[in-house]
Design a protein around this ligand. Sequence first.
Ligand SMILES: C[S@@+](CC[C@H](N)C(=O)[O-])C[C@H]1O[C@@H](n2cnc3c(N)ncnc32)[C@H](O)[C@@H]1O
Length: 219
Amino acid sequence: MEFDAHSYDGVAYVYDELASVYSLGQIEASKQSQIQTLSASERVLFAGVGCGRDAIPAIRRGAAVTAIDLSPIMLRRFSATLRREALDAESIQGDVAKHRPDVLYDTVVAHYFLNLFDVDGAAAMLSILCRLVRPGGRLMFADFAPSEAGGAARWITEAYYRPVNWIAWALGLCALHPIPDYPELIEGAGARVLSVTRFPVIPGLDHPAYQSVVAERVA
Ligand SMILES: C[S@@+](CC[C@H](N)C(=O)[O-])C[C@H]1O[C@@H](n2cnc3c(N)ncnc32)[C@H](O)[C@@H]1O
């Protein structure tokens, strides 16, 4: 599935709020959990940055942030936050698959970006993102977690995820697909998984959940 510059314009003003309500705050928690591991002067690309709430603390930590997104409205919201907070970052309106930086990044962050694509598309996008990271650099992403167990856990995950996937697909925001095994896909894209952290929506219950994944480029 291909997205254009305006696929996400329509939801740009409500995206963060909807994500927060739907996930009871766990989408934001999963995104922010990885940012604190970024160090000052690290070159970091935020792929499909959206409104960039997660990029702001990275910039505050001193990372040299490049943010790329197809949607001009998403980027406008990101730029407004930068201005308000008196922060600086490079913003690029464009397709990350066509991005050709002079120097590869230390880290590429792709939060809630891979779920736009079906399983083959996510695998292809992970290869593209991996090639934007220097060897030994990191790829970080947070996204839906598939059920690791069978039975009731699997059905609870499906009941939580499928309706929102249908609605988002009907609005042209993503492909119709099951939740891929992202850590497995990233291993096939030339990276080694360093950590997977789960963020259950309801405290005390394992499912449904989000996950944040950190991987290291090896090839
Ligand atoms: C689901 S939103 C996630 C936004 C943000 N990362 C977050 O977690 O809030 C996905 C974003 O990816 C952008 N996008 C889709 N395809 C893209 C591409 N090929 N290159 C750059 N951005 C893309 C969309 O415009 C949208 O803003």
